[in-house]
Write a protein that binds this ligand. Structure first.
Ligand code: NAD
Ligand code: UFG
Length: 338
């Protein structure tokens, strides 16, 4: 198959590129580098041993998107391209609506005009908001708690409406929990711009000496050690699920919405301790006020993905920390300027 990875230069897209290329797929990346570095392309070439087909494309430009699809045949699209910071989305909601929702609409216009009828979409556990119970199943009620989450919910809904209007169009909504870790080579990994919002990249930057100490947001949650509990999933396990979802769309010809997590809740302190072990570094931390909008515990029931895709997470917290640390230690400042 010839597969377009929109936003494929980003953290998760780059790892999915490796898995799909290893499975012999013909993979093309399109990105506007708004939250990624061109340096990732050379690294992907080193890992796969092949030149990486890349096209600059901004999904906000509908004319460019439609033109792109008119010139390039694709069998499927994996849509990673989005802005993803919860805090930033509260400060700049319109930019998030424009980039994520209008960008997705433009992508769907381009696909429809070109007759491309398979889509794998990067959704998020954020669509569950503060779930009534854990582990969370896909039929749990959906809630919006911030503008970023609203964009994910709206994107799932408009993709669903398109599927409803065209029995030949099939989509997979993959609801990621908390992706962490890196490719075992240490050549690609998470490289956030500025101060990391998320826990694992912050820990990595403390370990490598770029930040003094971690602030743990809240030590009084109703969890076993008082810190927040999440479902961290190794990015290579996550990447594999994209290849499995594409197979599902081709062979089963059904739409799909599945959680992608391990099913195991891990606290902030547990992750910090696991990282300290894996890296043999101290991770200084202080416990501070809760972060507004955070919830106590969210983890997946991943059994539907197992049943429908035959997929399950294989890598545990130790591998997540080891691989994240290898990437950070080999690339203390992230990707080199291309
Ligand atoms: P990322 O920011 O590393 O990758 C997204 C890529 O999309 C970047 O390379 C960026 O330059 C590109 N992009 C953004 N807007 C674009 C546009 N208008 N046109 C073209 N390219 C554009 O993020 P990621 O962590 O790899 O996440 C990928 C997807 O998964 C996102 O949709 C995100 O919302 C979703 N997701 C991520 C997480 C997480 O914690 N990383 C969790 C749940 C869901
Ligand atoms: N945390 C800290 N200190 C930090 C950063 C995070 O203590 O510096 C804590 C948080 O309070 C939370 C846990 O670490 O308990 C995980 O926080 P992250 O920011 O890494 O992840 P979240 O679960 O808050 O959110 C992430 C993405 C969202 C996405 C969600 C579910 O940022 O976009 O996972 O996929 F919706």
């Amino acid at each position: 198959m010839r597969i377009l990875l929109c936003g494929g230069a980003g953290y998760i897209g780059a790892h999915a590129y490796v898995v799909l290329a290893e499975r012999g797929q013909d993979v093309v990346i399109a990105d506007n580098f708004s939250n990624s570095s061109p340096g990732v392309l050379a690294r992907l070439q080193r890992i796969t041993g092949e030149p990486v087909p890349f096209h600059p494309l901004d999904l906000r430009d509908r004319g460019a998107v439609v033109d792109f699809f008119a010139r390039q045949p694709f069998d499927a699209v994996v849509h990673f391209a989005a802005l993803k910071s919860v805090g930033e989305s509260c400060e700049r909601p319109l930019d998030y609506f424009h980039n994520n929702i209008t960008g997705t609409l433009n992508l769907l216009y381009g696909m429809q005009a070109a007759g491309v009828k398979r889509l794998v979409f990067s959704s998020s556990a954020t669509v569950y908001g503060d779930p009534a119970s854990v582990p969370v199943r896909e039929d749990a009620s959906l809630q919006v708690t911030n503008p970023y989450g609203r964009t994910k919910l709206v994107m799932e809904e408009l993709i669903g409406d398109l599927c409803g209007s065209d029995a030949g169009f099939h989509a997979a909504n993959l609801r990621y929990f908390n992706p962490v870790g890196a490719h075992a080579s240490g050549l690609i990994g998470e490289d956030p711009a500025g101060i990391p919002n998320n826990l694992m990249p912050y820990i990595c930057q403390v370990a490598v000496g770029r930040r003094e100490r971690l602030s743990i947001y809240g030590g009084d949650y109703p969890t076993p050690d008082g810190t927040g509990v999440r479902d961290y999933i190794h990015v290579m396990d996550l990447a594999r699920a994209h290849a499995d979802a594409l197979d599902y769309l081709v062979h089963e010809r059904h739409n799909l919405t599945v959680n992608l997590g391990t099913g195991q809740g891990v606290s902030v302190l547990q992750l910090v301790n696991a990282f300290a072990d894996a890296s043999a570094r101290d991770i200084p931390y202080q416990i501070v006020e809760r972060r507004p909008g955070d919830v106590a515990a969210v983890y997946a029931d991943p059994s539907l993905a197992n049943r429908l895709l035959g997929w399950q997470a294989e890598l545990g917290v130790e591998a997540m920390c080891r691989d994240a640390w290898r990437w950070q230690a080999q690339n203390p400042q992230g990707y080199p300027a291309a």
